[in-house]
Design a protein around this ligand. Structure first.
Ligand code: FES
Ligand code: FES
Length: 159
């Protein structure tokens, strides 16, 4: 804590209403990971380049490493922890597993949420649409091909 006055925010995180006090410059990524103990969103580049920290705010993909928590006031935030419905995986999670699109897993939560945002905008994306949408999501393991396959599979399952 650095002495800055706290700001009260209300957010719905993965379906649960939360009221939090944060410093004005608190990053959404830190609030999710450190205050709410949701470790799915990862910190890597810290400069809005890699996509590892991607979460959805009111359905839009944002880089939580550069997004202020106060900007999320009044919004719904979805992290990878909120994708599954109990024991039932989200179709994207299922497709990532089935397609072998997960290796070290560091990029996976960001990829899943970016893909969720894509399918919300475009339920039937082409391979090129997917590659274009993933241009801000870096993976150093998979070569992307299986990730694209997984998103194509999931788009068929969710249509
Ligand atoms: S850690 Fe946020 S975009 Fe890389
Ligand atoms: S699976 Fe390792 S960075 Fe993507």
């Amino acid at each position: 804590m650095d002495g800055a006055a706290l700001v009260r925010i209300r957010v719905v995180v993965n379906g649960s209403a939360r009221e939090l006090e944060v410093v004005p410059h608190a990053l959404l990524l830190d609030v999710l990971r450190d205050t709410l103990d949701l470790k799915g969103a990862k910190r890597s580049c810290d400069t809005q380049v890699c996509g590892a920290c991607t979460v959805l705010v009111d359905g839009q993909a944002v880089s939580a490493c550069t997004y202020l928590a106060v900007e999320a006031d009044g919004s719904s935030v979805l992290t990878v922890e909120g994708l599954a419905d109990g024991e039932a995986l989200d179709p994207l999670q299922r497709a990532f597993l089935d397609a072998g699109a997960v290796q070290c897993g560091f990029c996976t939560s960001g990829m899943l949420l970016t893909a969720r945002a894509l399918l919300r905008e475009n339920a039937a994306p082409s391979r090129e649409d997917i590659l274009h949408y993933l241009r801000g999501s870096l993976c150093r393991c998979t070569g992307y091909r299986k990730i694209v396959e997984a998103i194509l599979i999931a788009s068929g399952a969710t249509r």
